[in-house]
Design a protein around this ligand. Structure first.
Ligand code: GRG
Length: 282
């Protein structure tokens, strides 16, 4: 079967992947409140962009469609880390949001203590899944290293710390770019680079550049959507700092740079990664 674009790829892989996530957590977590709280956020209709990117990169690097399920543990680990970050981000002492993924935020549904623990559970389980995956030791070690590097205190957690401690300070464009890179782009970059490593592909400069650009583009798109919804004008975002039109142009440039970077790739099929960029035009 030939997959033509990223959307078609997701349509093909997502149902099995979603079932995998559910079945695995349901069978592994015995503490019922913890399991309910973890599954509540995991099953709340997230787009699964990061795990699908991971799998799309692995597929583009030559992993056959029928073998992709061997990569589900690692893809799942990425989604567990992302979901934990959203649960903790919504907490009253962080972004203080009452809703997430179209439903009450985890702490609004279960209370702050259980929400902290649901996040802790998802984060820890992610590394258990990678360790138990059937991929080779080298690939599992690379997955642990990249995920911990990009999602932990050298990446996403650092970005979140800057975000919550600099709330009252107006950040410069450079400071804001660093914050977005760490808080949002690093996990997306991790998904792309882990996909290449796990498929046994040498990591290329072009792929990293592609990943960094789409990671930042992802944040700008989210901020532009929030600006349209009338979000807080004092927040450190590009639309607040440089205006909506300049942010839209910045977004277009990031997508163009991502496209140019991936088109330079000679080692693998670029179709899916090029078509992923349509996400930013929707
Ligand atoms: C708590 C350590 C820690 C980190 C939190 C991810 C994050 C860091 C904060 C979220 C802030 C935010 C809304 C950033 C914009 C980009 C983003 C991550 C959007 C949410 O991701 P989607 O659109 O969400 O992939 P779904 O629900 O589809 O998975």
């Amino acid at each position: 079967m030939e997959i033509k674009n990223f959307k078609e790829f997701c349509g093909h892989v997502l149902p099995d992947f979603n079932k995998f996530l559910d079945d695995k957590l349901n069978s592994e977590i015995k503490q019922t409140t913890l399991r309910d709280a973890m599954l509540y956020s995991l099953d709340a209709g997230g787009k699964r962009v990061r795990p699908m990117l991971f799998l799309a990169v692995a597929y583009s690097c030559g992993v056959k469609l029928e073998d992709l399920s061997k990569y589900f543990d690692i893809a799942g680990a990425i989604e567990l880390v992302h979901t934990y970050s959203l649960i903790h981000d919504d907490l009253p002492e962080m972004d203080d949001s009452d809703y997430r993924r179209g439903q009450l935020a985890n702490h609004k549904q279960f209370g702050v203590g259980p929400a902290v623990l649901a996040g802790d559970g998802l984060l820890t389980q992610a590394f258990y899944w990678i360790a138990k995956s059937s991929l080779s030791t080298d690939k599992r070690m690379a997955a642990v290293r990249i995920l911990a590097h990009n999602a932990g205190p050298m990446g996403m957690v650092a970005g979140q710390m800057t975000d919550i401690t600099m709330e009252d300070k107006k950040l410069s464009e450079t400071e804001l770019t660093t914050l977005h890179k760490e808080k949002t782009a690093d996990l997306i970059t991790a998904a792309v680079t882990m996909g290449a490593f796990c498929a046994g592909h040498e990591l290329s400069k072009n792929l990293v550049q592609y990943a960094n650009n789409i990671g930042l583009a992802f944040q700008l798109k989210d901020d532009l959507n929030d600006a349209d919804d009338g979000e807080d004008i004092d927040k450190n975002t590009f639309p607040n700092l440089i205006g909506k039109t300049a942010t839209e142009e910045k977004l277009r440039n990031l997508v163009k740079d991502a496209l140019n970077a991936v088109l330079k790739e000679t080692e693998f099929d670029k179709n899916l990664l090029v078509s992923f960029l349509d996400y930013f035009k929707e």
